[in-house]
Write a protein that binds this ligand. Structure first.
Ligand code: ARG
Length: 252
């Protein structure tokens, strides 16, 4: 009899422990985090701010990431990485998705899957006011600066021009402001941002030389479950004007 009581209490204790574990597991699933990788050096899409929408990260992409996570019952977390390590981070699962004003490109499509596009952009040239550069060809004999791994770098490379690549847009702009280069090639909205912040600079467009680009969110190849969730939210945000609103808010 004594033995039976002992066995019963052990069984009951085990059952309690198992129930507890199951409950904890469930709770974790309810508040799942969705980890986005970005490179917060790309205003107005992502930049570090003392009071951002996600921790100290702010911008159009950060506002989008937050909403994508929340509409799917998750909490957005940001990992701030170098731009050219984002694709690998998606591939090896360090991050669930990359949102970084990332242009859909054939080479990138070999490594990751992209969501539907959410923003249109193009490369432009930033020069000093009074510059003789009026079209892409005029860069041929000029000192060109691009940002490492950005589409601007591959554009200039494809044109066959020599260039220097910097790690950050802000460093490239400083180089231009200080007269150490003649032109910076970078995405249009980010260029506008830098020009607004730095008197004496202007934007030169050349739509014959630079093709239109589209930004999208990257996920691991084959992760259709997450991709479908992201696409559903993006579709909604595009249709109801939310993304346009974020654009006006941050780029305005
Ligand atoms: N659109 C360009 C590209 O895909 C530049 C993106 C840079 N983004 C960033 N968060 N630093 O290459």
């Amino acid at each position: 009899m004594k033995k039976a009581v002992k066995i019963l209490s052990i069984v009951l204790a085990l059952a309690a422990v198992i129930t507890l574990f199951a409950a904890c597991g469930k709770k974790e699933a309810e508040t799942k985090t969705l980890t986005f990788g970005t490179n917060a050096e790309f205003p107005p899409f992502e930049f570090v701010a003392s009071n951002g929408v996600i921790d100290n990260y702010d911008g159009i992409d950060m506002a989008i990431a937050k909403q994508v996570a929340e509409e799917n019952g998750m909490q957005a977390k940001i990992e701030n990485l170098e731009f050219d390590s984002l694709i690998v981070a998606v591939q090896n699962g360090q991050i669930d998705a990359a949102i970084a004003g990332m242009t859909i490109k054939p080479e990138r499509l070999e490594s990751v899957d992209f969501s539907i596009p959410y923003y249109k952009a193009t490369q432009v040239m930033i020069v000093k006011e009074g510059s003789t550069i009026t079209k892409a060809e005029d860069m041929a004999d000029k000192k060109i600066v691009v940002i490492q791994g950005y589409t601007g770098e591959s554009c200039v490379k494809d044109m066959g021009y020599k260039y220097e690549a910097f790690k950050k847009g802000s460093e490239a702009i400083l180089e231009l402001v200080n007269g150490k280069c003649d032109v910076v090639v970078i995405d249009s909205a980010t260029a506008k941002n830098y020009v607004a912040d730095n008197p004496g600079l202007k934007i030169v467009e050349d739509n014959n030389a630079f093709e239109g680009e589209e930004y999208a969110i990257a996920v691991k190849k084959g992760n259709t479950e997450l991709l479908n969730k992201i696409n559903a939210t993006l579709e909604k945000m595009l249709a109801d004007g939310t993304i346009e609103k974020f654009g006006a808010q941050y780029a305005g």
